[in-house]
Design a binder for this molecule. Sequence first.
Ligand code: PRP
Ligand code: MN
Ligand code: MG
Length: 181
Amino acid sequence: SEHMGDDLAKVLLTEEQIQARLSELAEQIWHDYEGKDLLLVGVLKGAVVVMADLMRALPGTAPMDWMAVSSYGSGTKSSGVVRILKDLDADITGKDVLIVEDIIDSGLTLSWIRANLESRKPASVEICTLLRKPDVVKVDIPVKYVGFDIPNEFVVGYGLDYAERYRNLRCVGTLAPHVYA
Ligand code: PRP
Ligand code: MN
Ligand code: MG
């Protein structure tokens, strides 16, 4: 459709709900990392939007770095294959790494990234995700900061894509059936 909003079946989280929750998380993160060497590590591309808003909600400044991996490709289901497309720019030895993600679905991507980063001898590795789906209980991945627990539906917006589109939606929602047709 001409307007992205016409492609949504329903809105799960509004822009206001997302921003309010990110402010809370940013305050909590800043408090928890006082006196530590915080490094924000974003996972391209989905985490671009949450990183931009979360880092600006922090009361102070912190550096960021990026990794690109892929587990979904262009479909809606996880393939189970994690590939590094772009590694971090810098060494993370001794850093307090906070991985920033848009969503944890199966947990496959993050359990792999966490193990990979832990092998590089950082001081700590924690995870912050805007969204978490119920299936992740299967892999038992400890997530310190969660924005919202959501139902097991395919969602787009706020960084999340369907075939690389809809990342620029300000809300999170489900797509109307005609989009998949
Ligand atoms: C999506 C999402 C997470 C991951 C979650 O990324 O952004 O990174 O899948 O799925 P999982 O918990 O089942 O592993 P995707 O691979 O689609 O790449 P993208 O961020 O570039 O959209
Ligand atoms: Mn992603
Ligand atoms: Mg994707």
